[in-house]
Design a binder for this molecule. Structure first.
Ligand code: SF4
Length: 324
C-alpha cells in the first residue's frame, strides 16, 4: 500500500526561557521548531538534515510524543493524533518507534539482550511467552545476530552489534515508522556501511518507513528518497534526494552540500564557507533567518520572511531570490 503515512502540519515547539529564583518570570521563547510541514510516503525514507541545534531532534521528539507540541498537527496513517486519547496514543506509540544515536546508553546494561528485545512485547501484553520467545529469535536473525545472543548482556557486544540489538527492539511490535536519530554517527566508520545496509535491507523486506535524522549528508543521500533541510527551526528546502543533490537551490543547502565529501575523489568541488555562527533560536534574525550568513542576501531578505513554496514538481524552497 503506497501513499502518505505521516503528515506533519505547521508543527511548532517553543520552549519558554525563565528567569528568577523564587518568582520565575518568562523572559523569552526558544523557537526550536517553528512552523514546519512535510509528508513521508509509506515504505520510503525521509531525511532531515541541518547543523546541530537546527531543530531536527526536537522534530523527532515531537513526532515520538516525547515533547508536548506547542501547536500544529501530526496525522499518522490518515488519522490526526489526539494527545488526549489514551487508546489512540497506545496504538500510535506501538506504530512509531525509534533508534537513537548512542547504542551504549540506549540499552539497559543490567538486562540480557533477549529481555531488552522482548520488553515492548511484554509491555503490550498481547503476546504469549512462547510467541515472545519465537519473535525474539526471529528478530535476532533479521538483524544478523546469533540466536544465542539473547542470553548475553549489551557490554558483551561491539558498538555495531549493539545498534543491531536496538534495531531489533525497535522492530519488536512491527512498527510502521521508525525514527532513526543519527543511527550510525557514534559508530566506527568501518561498520557504518554495515548498519546502513542492514537498515535498507529491513526496509525492503518489511516495508517499514524511516524518518532519518543525520548531519552526515552521505548517509542521508544513500538512504533517503526525499530530504528536508532545516535551518534555525525552519525547513528551507524539501526535494527528492537526487534532485536536491543535483540542483540545490537554497544557499544554505548549497553550502551544506559543498562542505560534504564528494562522491568520487576525482570530483572537484568548491567549498562555500559560511561566515559567522548560527544565530540563537531565542532571538532569530527577522526576515529570512539565514540572511546574516547568506552570500546572496539582498535588502528584502532582512525585512520579509520567505515562505516555503513549490518551485518545480517535488521541490520546495524558502528563498526570495528563487522565482517560480
Ligand atoms: Fe539568502 Fe535572501 Fe534567499 Fe534568505 S531569502 S536564503 S537571505 S537570498
Amino acid at each position: 500500500m503506497s501513499g502518505i503515512i505521516l503528515e506533519v502540519k505547521n508543527l511548532k515547539k517553543y520552549f519558554p526561557v525563565l528567569k528568577g529564583l523564587v518568582f520565575m518570570k518568562q523572559i523569552g521563547l526558544i523557537k526550536a521548531v517553528d512552523d514546519i510541514s512535510f509528508t513521508i510516503n509509506r515504505g520510503e525514507t525521509f531525511g532531515l538534515v541541518g547543523e546541530s541545534g537546527c531543530g531536527k531532534t526536537t522534530t523527532a521528539k515531537l513526532i515520538l510524543l516525547m515533547e508536548k507540541i506547542t501547536c500544529g498537527e501530526i496525522v499518522f496513517d490518515g488519522k490526526k493524533i489526539d494527545q488526549q486519547s489514551d487508546v489512540d496514543l497506545i496504538e500510535y506509540k506501538n506504530s512509531v518507534k525509534a533508534v537513537f544515536q548512542d547504542p551504549y546508553s540506549s540499552l539497559s546494561p543490567r538486562m540480557r539482550v533477549g529481555g531488552i528485545i522482548a520488553e515492548p512485547m511484554v509491555v503490550s501484553k498481547t503476546f504469549s511467552h512462547k510467541e515472545i520467545r519465537e519473535r525474539v529469535s526471529t528478530l535476532l536473525d533479521l538483524v544478523g545476530l546469533h540466536p544465542d545472543s539473547n542470553n548475553l548482556y549489551p557490554h558483551e557486544f561491539s558498538g555495531g552489534q549493539r545498534q543491531r540489538i536496538a534495531v531489533a527492539r525497535a522492530l519488536a511490535l512491527n512498527p510502521k515508522l521508525i525514527i532513526l536519530d543519527e543511527p550510525v554517527s557514534a559508530l566506527d566508520i568501518s561498520i557504518r556501511a554495515q548498519i546502513i545496509n542492514l537498515l535498507r535491507d529491513l526496509q525492503n523486506k518489511l516495508g517499514v518507513t524511516y524518518l532519518l535524522i543525520a548531519h552526515d549528508l552521505a548517509v542521508v543521500k544513500h538512504m533517503s528518497k526525499k530530504i528536508g533541510v532545516m535551518y534555525l527551526g525552519k525547513l528551507v528546502e524539501v526535494a527528492e534526494s537526487k534532485r536536491l543533490y543535483r540542483n540545490p537551490l537554497h544557499p544554505y543547502t548549497q553550502a551544506l552540500l559543498s562542505a560534504a565529501l564528494p562522491s568520487h575523489p576525482d570530483i572537484r568541488q568548491e567549498e562555500i564557507i559560511l561566515s559567522g555562527e548560527v544565530p540563537s533560536p531565542l532571538n532569530p534574525p527577522l526576515g529570512c533567518r539565514f540572511h546574516t550568513r547568506c552570500f546572496n542576501a539582498e535588502a528584502v531578505c532582512s525585512e520579509e520572511e520567505p515562505i516555503l513554496k513549490e518551485v518545480e514538481e517535488n521541490h520546495q524552497v524558502a528563498c526570495h531570490l528563487i522565482k517560480i
